[in-house]
Write a protein that binds this ligand. Sequence first.
Ligand SMILES: Nc1ncnc2c1ncn2[C@@H]1O[C@H](COP(=O)(O)OP(=O)(O)O)[C@@H](O)[C@H]1O
Ligand SMILES: [Mg+2]
Length: 245
Amino acid sequence: MSKPILEVRNLTKKFGDFTAVDNISFDIHEGEILGLLGPNGAGKTTTIHMLLGLIAPSAGSIHMFGLDLAEHREEILQQVNFSSTYISMPFSLTVEENLKVIARLYSLQNIQQRVDAILEKLEMSDIRSKLTRKLSTGQMSRLTLAKALMTEPKILFLDEPTASLDPDIVHKIKAFLKEYQRNAGLSILYTSHNMREMEEMSNRIVFLQHGHIVAEGTADQIVQRYGQRDLEEVFLKLAREPKAQ
Ligand SMILES: Nc1ncnc2c1ncn2[C@@H]1O[C@H](COP(=O)(O)OP(=O)(O)O)[C@@H](O)[C@H]1O
Ligand SMILES: [Mg+2]
């Protein structure tokens, strides 16, 4: 197998006495979609914030493209992007204007062409002149995804990208991401607490519970190991276990 594009070793985050992420290690390979699955409060967003250099780990290391994030932050982050349902964007700009601002911030070339291409890919051409404040939730999600893909990242972090969306839009976003990932060889870290979505989207799953990795592998491997019928049963079994002291 290829060398990992992202390597996390013994990563830990403490907030005061509370350990939100507890000594986790995992890899992501080129072109792989890794699903970070876990109930609310498991430590998924905290992990992504450390991977984006937004908060400093209490212990452990993060390497991307073979470089240490602590030492090569800017170089690494140029090739990385992020999208979340909870992201906010300037509301008084149109969809197209928002994407152009991002393109300029990243000093991208051929801005109009790129904006046109991404709008087309995400089926947003018809809403390019719509004010961001007037977008529906589904349109807003697609805009944050467009924003992240504009910079043609090699690694994309998606934190609950489909939370609070209706099933039709979720289906479209998933189909789009899978095709995009196949064509662009993009590596994705995808968080969700939706088991079915994880099974569909991820090549491999890391199951996080109270900041610990409690299971890892393909959905089938995890289901077999726990002797349950499906990932949802494993999830319920693990989620109901009290935190080990
Ligand atoms: N800045 C912070 N200060 C204190 N506790 C935090 C902070 N950020 C997150 N936490 C706690 O860390 C745990 C993990 O949170 P989070 O990573 O957001 O979980 P998830 O994304 O899996 O729902 C939660 O118990 C949360 O309350
Ligand atoms: Mg979260």
